[in-house]
Write a protein that binds this ligand. Structure first.
Ligand code: NDP
Length: 259
């Protein structure tokens, strides 16, 4: 029985009701976890309002804090709040990424230095940075889950820069799992099939990719946020106590096919 009651879970990356992080937060809540939510702040406070309105009633987060992963002070503040309010953290969901549009279509060799380092900082480096901040709070063990995509393993049209970021992210999962295993902290990734979200809409030809998956994947469809959320809840539960350093494909089986 999947039971997360008594577990404190911090979820990053909710932008709107299409976000994969929102699917994950709802499934962690359904399994009994106590939720904390971070949001990316903007100057006018619009993102904060939008995310607050979305999450407030359905999952009643006991922590709601800003966390721009490019801002070290904000990261530290977010985890200080976790320390003050909860004392311990059991689950960290890293469900965020960003690459400038120039890196998500056209020639890979034309990507600028600035776009490259920004994408890697936000989408890849941030996992280790957040995991490092979570580690001292996971004093009873813990589970960290991040989100990746097949484009980190294969050259998928237009995924370009984010493919490199995801390759680095998947390797970060392995190094973090090796570092944190002795503290009973497990680190895994879910490689989700393509889903229509704000982030994926920036990738050139994403709708064609979704249609291709619907034709070719063994299940003849792509996946939902809820299915990814269920897999994340499993990875965060004691049912997955022997699993770390892995990439779990939640993609309707697309990854096994020869295209
Ligand atoms: P969303 O756009 O819903 O989520 C992306 C999130 O990243 C947003 O909440 C965004 O905030 C946040 N973000 C961007 N920059 C920063 C930053 N500097 N600090 C903190 N947060 C930031 O898209 P998805 O749900 O699709 O993406 C979630 C994860 O899932 C990503 O890692 C993505 O690569 C991965 N994924 C997505 C797939 C898909 O097909 N959709 C498939 C496989 C993996 P804001 O919007 O407020 O700017």
């Amino acid at each position: 029985m999947l039971n997360l009651s008594g577990k404190n879970a911090l979820v990053t990356g909710i932008a709107n009701n299409r976000s994969i992080a929102w699917g994950i937060a709802q499934q962690l809540h359904a399994a009994g976890a106590n939720l904390g939510v971070t949001y990316l702040p903007d100057e006018k406070g619009r993102f904060e309002k939008k995310v607050r309105e979305l999450v407030e009633e359905p999952i009643a987060p006991s922590i709601f804090v800003p966390c721009d992963v490019q801002n070290d002070e904000q990261i530290q503040e977010a985890f200080n709040t976790v320390a003050d309010k909860w004392g311990k953290l059991d689950i960290l969901i890293h469900c965020l990424a960003f690459a400038d549009k120039e890196g998500l279509s056209g020639d890979f060799s034309a990507i600028s230095r600035q776009a490259f380092s920004q994408a890697l900082e936000i989408s890849t480096y941030s996992l280790g940075r957040l995991a490092g901040a979570a580690k001292p709070l996971m004093n009873e063990g813990g589970s960290i889950v991040t989100l990746t995509y097949l484009g980190g393993v294969r050259a998928i049209p237009n995924y370009n820069l984010m493919g490199v970021a995801k390759a680095g992210l998947e390797m970060s999962v392995r190094y973090l799992a090796a570092e944190m295993g002795p503290h009973n902290i497990r680190v895994n990734a879910i490689s989700a099939g393509p889903i229509r979200t704000l982030a994926s809409s920036a990738v050139g030809g994403i709708l064609d990719m979704i249609h291709h998956v619907e034709e070719v994947a063994p299940l003849r469809r792509t996946v939902t946020q809820t299915e990814v959320g269920n897999a994340a809840a499993f990875l965060c539960s004691d049912l997955a106590s022997g699993i770390t350093g892995q990439v779990l494909y939640v993609d309707a089986g697309y990854e096994i096919m020869g295209m």
